[in-house]
Design a protein around this ligand. Structure first.
Ligand code: FE2
Ligand code: FE2
Length: 183
């Protein structure tokens, strides 16, 4: 623990209470918040855009797979779509807790997102595109987790939780691809 950090850790309770009252209008952002709020909000909005794009892509893949009677793959796509939607909601919630505004605008959505919206021509293409998108999300969330470190542990924990789910998604997709290759 650095000197500055151990000093702030030891702030007496009266000082903490007084500061909390002074800055009540700032909501969850207290003077003990060490991160650069503007940067964190930008990163969280990029993660939000990524989750929205992933939701849309999985929805498209779900309906297309259903149309060609690939039921087990379709149900995997649907489950992923629902989980990406949940991630989007959790990120939007955290953005408002930090006093920011979640960006749901369709304008520039694909630019803000790290992962891409690719439709894919065949079932195998769809799974491959989803796997690529998951791997991009995994890398960018891991970078965000490292950036946040101890400075915003709530946002960091949220991203770690989402990251773990994306790793599960990538694993599911890799298994689906393997299953297709062995047929
Ligand atoms: Fe997600
Ligand atoms: Fe995912």
């Amino acid at each position: 623990m650095s000197e500055a950090r151990s000093a702030s850790f030891l702030s007496d309770i009266q000082t903490l209470r007084r500061r909390a009252r002074e800055h009540i209008a700032e909501g969850a952002v207290t003077p003990g918040y060490h991160a650069d709020r503007e940067v964190v909000l930008k990163l969280l909005n990029e993660a939000l855009a990524t989750e929205i794009i992933c939701t849309l892509r999985y929805k498209r893949h779900y309906y297309m797979a259903k149309g060609i009677h690939a039921e087990s793959v379709a149900s995997e796509f649907l489950q992923h779509a629902q989980e990406e939607q949940q991630h989007a909601d959790q990120l939007a919630e955290r953005i408002t807790q930090l006093g920011g505004a979640p960006d749901f605008s369709p304008d520039g959505l694909t630019t803000r997102s790290h992962a891409e919206y690719v439709e894919g021509d065949s079932l195998e293409d769809m799974i491959k595109e989803d796997l690529i998108a998951e791997r991009i999300a995994i890398d960018s969330y891991r970078e965000m987790v490292n950036y946040l470190g101890q400075d915003d542990s709530t946002s960091r924990r949220l991203l770690e939780e989402i990251l773990a789910k994306e790793e599960e998604h990538a694993d599911d997709l890799a298994s689906l691809l393997e299953g297709m290759a062995s047929h």
